[in-house]
Design a protein around this ligand. Structure first.
Ligand SMILES: [Zn+2]
Length: 345
């Protein structure tokens, strides 16, 4: 553990010991929403290319639920949106719709009898194709790095948006550079790289990455609710026309209705990117509320940009770190003033 992490852990444990979190929650008297992605055991193959900010281990998730049950009322997300949640309310959400939400998170949710909401990228479920950031990370770690960057530079040279990352760029820097491309360019780049690494692509796809509609049906029967997270996990940015995003959101809504038989009225912005155009589109689709990844308490005066706190293993792998994470992000959000935060576009 790094020194920084040790200090945060110490502060977190001290705050837990002296009930600082409870006192703060009672003073603010507002709900919170947590955002997870994946829940996987440490010996899972997927962790070989899963970025630290995308998962909690099964052990960490269990530890979180125990901690949350001590400090919060874990309630359905819908009750928070409708303003009917109990005091110290906390809702648990997952983004994307990963297979492990069923295999590892769902049994723990059932064991502790706590509700949760999963935001589905409906195309992820339909197509069972690994998301491009995971595919790129897998190629980068298992193929010749020089050739990977050659392909990347060639593709970027033909695009209108963004500069190619340099050959010493980190995985995170590469992913961030790609995120600045238009949706069309990202799809083209993914096709190019997939075609360069057919064996690796096939190895990755020997296992389905997403929940199946059968998993979803079973989870719904046990009280897990589902929202939408676009169809193709489209990242709304300046390079992508709003009409393309609108079409994708509409498709998500239609696919979900066709598969599940009912409409969904909750939405989580892919990559946390939001803005006035997206809010208008979601309102037209009949969404009651939509969720960002800006940390902070829930403010029901802004139901189309509700805050959520990301809690993954890199920043919350123990009770101490989770306490620190919650307190620091909530305190910052309470005391920040004026300026625009997050990834508003
Ligand atoms: Zn996502």
């Amino acid at each position: 553990m790094s020194l920084n992490s040790s200090i945060k852990t110490g502060i977190g444990y001290a705050c837990d010991l002296f009930n600082i979190l409870d006192l703060f929650l009672d003073k603010q008297s507002k709900p919170i929403v947590l955002c997870y992605h994946r829940v996987v055991p440490y010996d899972c193959f997927d962790l070989k290319f899963c970025s630290p900010g995308m998962y909690v281990s099964s052990d960490t998730f269990r530890c979180h639920i125990e901690f949350l049950k001590e400090h919060f009322n874990i309630v359905p997300l819908e009750s928070i949106v409708l303003g009917s949640a109990a005091r110290r309310a906390c809702a648990i959400t997952f983004d994307d719709g990963w297979w492990d939400n069923y295999s590892y998170a769902f049994p723990i949710l059932k064991e502790f009898d706590v509700p949760a909401t999963v935001f589905l990228a409906t195309g992820f479920v339909e197509n069972q194709q690994w998301p491009w950031p995971d595919r790129f990370a897998y190629y980068l770690r298992n193929a010749d790095r020089g050739l990977f960057f050659e392909s990347l530079s060639e593709a970027f040279a033909s695009f209108d948006n963004g500069d190619a990352p340099s050959s010493d760029a980190s995985e995170a820097a590469i992913i961030n550079a790609v995120k600045r491309l238009s949706h069309k360019e990202i799809c083209e780049l993914a096709d190019i790289l997939d075609a360069h690494y057919p064996d690796l692509y096939q190895m990755l796809h020997n296992k389905n990455p997403a929940l199946s509609w059968g998993n979803i049906e079973e989870m719904r029967k046990h009280g897990v609710t589902f929202g939408l997270h676009s169809h193709s996990h489209i990242i709304a940015n300046d390079a992508t026309p709003v009409s393309v995003v609108e079409e994708d959101y509409f498709r998500a809504s239609e696919v979900y209705k066709a598969r599940v038989g009912t409409a969904s009225s909750l939405f989580a912005y892919p990559n946390g990117n939001f803005g006035p155009d997206l809010i208008r589109i979601l309102r037209n689709l009949g969404m009651l509320a939509s969720f960002t990844t800006q940390p902070g308490f829930v403010d029901l005066s802004e139901t189309m940009t509700i805050n959520r706190i990301l809690v993954h293993d890199d920043i919350s792998s123990s009770r101490g770190l989770l306490t620190y994470r919650l307190l620091s992000s909530l305190a910052k959000s309470v005391y920040r003033t004026g300026c625009i935060h997050g990834k508003q576009i």
